[in-house]
Design a protein around this ligand. Structure first.
Ligand code: ATP
Length: 365
């Protein structure tokens, strides 16, 4: 397996810049997600790593070698578009062994590697079955087997679970991650689905309009979004963003909203544009009758163990995650407080996070 390093990668289609000056390193053996909305440049980035698209400029190092201008066939990479695509007229054994047959590998070697791969995926008991009669989970394992049998330096996957229903997608996320933990293959996985990325990735690069907006572990991105864009993109429900028309001094430990003093992580820089944004995850919002920051309950959404309570405030709406047992009624007046040490702050003019004590000790992002 190998480290993948992308340096100042750029792709233009005519005048349009699809990928802007991207640089990131994917550590050897890690599961790396390119996450972002449709059209942000994920597939184009992946296709350049695969060798299916030539960069306009920049470098791509695969295991230390610059492969940016090498053909796909000269890069030791497996590209998985769609896990379900199998050859229906072949049995499981032939489907899995097909990539080795194409490479001219000897029949005895193919047999032993198919058996080894099938054992890894726990499908060695169905090797002689036709793929057309297989259940969904087994079909997925066969497709995976065909992808991993070559043992390439890296796997590149472009929305491989995109067409599956939710139940199968959850199962497949689990299986992909489990498989990755066993074979430790460097994997680059493209998705627009933040839940897929959060549940599988070691590292996530969040893309926006062709540029990498934040790179980090799922937790660092969730806890310390680098921009307003990331704060809104990651998390379900998304982070609450409360606009405050005032500047923020370096060293501030609290802010004032609607006459209420709200504790924040101590700021390490100032935001002097007269407009900043307070970011609070729904699980960091609390009800407190004594708080001067008040709102009216708009509605509740029951989720089993928790409920999401939407509260209308002067600046819009806030969502709070509460225990399902909490008794809350629409129309009720409530006071709001926040878990001060968890809050994010953003400069509205730049969209960038304002550095606070929360960022100290952050490893990524
Ligand atoms: P999606 O999930 O919808 O594919 P994406 O994030 O993978 O989104 P890309 O497919 O990388 O996005 O496309 C990025 C931008 O580049 C889009 O605006 C797309 O229209 C444009 N683009 C991609 N390929 C080409 C091409 N061959 N010619 C011109 N424009 C292209």
């Amino acid at each position: 397996m190998a480290e993948i390093r992308v340096q100042n990668l750029q792709k233009k289609f005519g005048d349009f810049i699809a990928v802007k000056d991207s640089s990131f390193t994917i550590p050897d053996g890690s599961f790396f997600c390119l996450l972002g909305p449709s059209g942000c440049g994920k597939t184009t980035t992946l296709r350049m790593i695969a060798g299916l698209e030539l960069p306009s400029s920049g470098s791509i190092f695969l295991g230390g070698e610059d492969v940016a201008f090498k053909r796909a066939s000269e890069r030791d990479i497996a590209f998985v578009f769609q896990l379900f695509a199998l050859y229906p007229h072949m049995n499981v054994r032939k489907n899995i062994g097909f990539p080795l047959l194409c490479q001219g590998v000897a029949a005895s070697e193919i047999r032993s590697r198919v058996e080894e791969t099938a054992k890894l995926l726990r499908i060695d008991h169905i090797l002689n079955k036709s793929v057309s009669g297989l259940a969904g989970g087994d079909r997925q394992r066969v497709a995976l087997g065909r992808a991993i049998i070559r043992r390439p330096l890296a796997f590149l996957m472009d929305e491989p679970l995109g067409t599956l229903d939710t139940e199968f997608r959850d199962l497949m996320c689990e299986e992909l991650r489990h498989l990755h933990d066993r074979i430790k293959a460097t994997t680059v996985y493209v998705t627009h689905d933040q839940l897929e990325a959060m549940s599988m990735a070691d590292y996530i690069a969040i893309m926006n309009r062709g540029a990498v907006e934040q790179l980090g572990t799922p937790q660092s991105i969730y806890d310390r979004p680098a921009t307003i864009y990331v704060a809104e993109f990651v998390g379900s429900p998304a982070m609450n963003l409360i606009h405050v028309q005032s500047s923020l001094a370096k060293g501030a430990k609290s802010i004032e909203i609607s006459g209420a003093h709200i504790a924040i992580p101590e700021t390490r820089e100032a935001a002097l544009n007269g407009h900043f944004v307070l970011g609070a995850r729904p699980e960091h919002v609390r009800f407190d009758d004594k708080s001067k920051f008040r709102g009216e309950v708009f509605g509740t959404e029951y989720l089993g163990t928790t409920q999401i309570v939407t509260v209308t405030i002067g600046q819009g709406k806030i969502k709070a995650r509460m225990p399902a047992s909490a008794r809350v009624k629409a129309g009720e007046q409530v006071g709001l407080t926040f878990m001060g040490d968890k809050l994010s702050l953003f400069d509205n003019a730049t969209g960038l996070a304002i550095k606070t004590a929360l960022h100290e000790g952050a490893v990524h992002g």
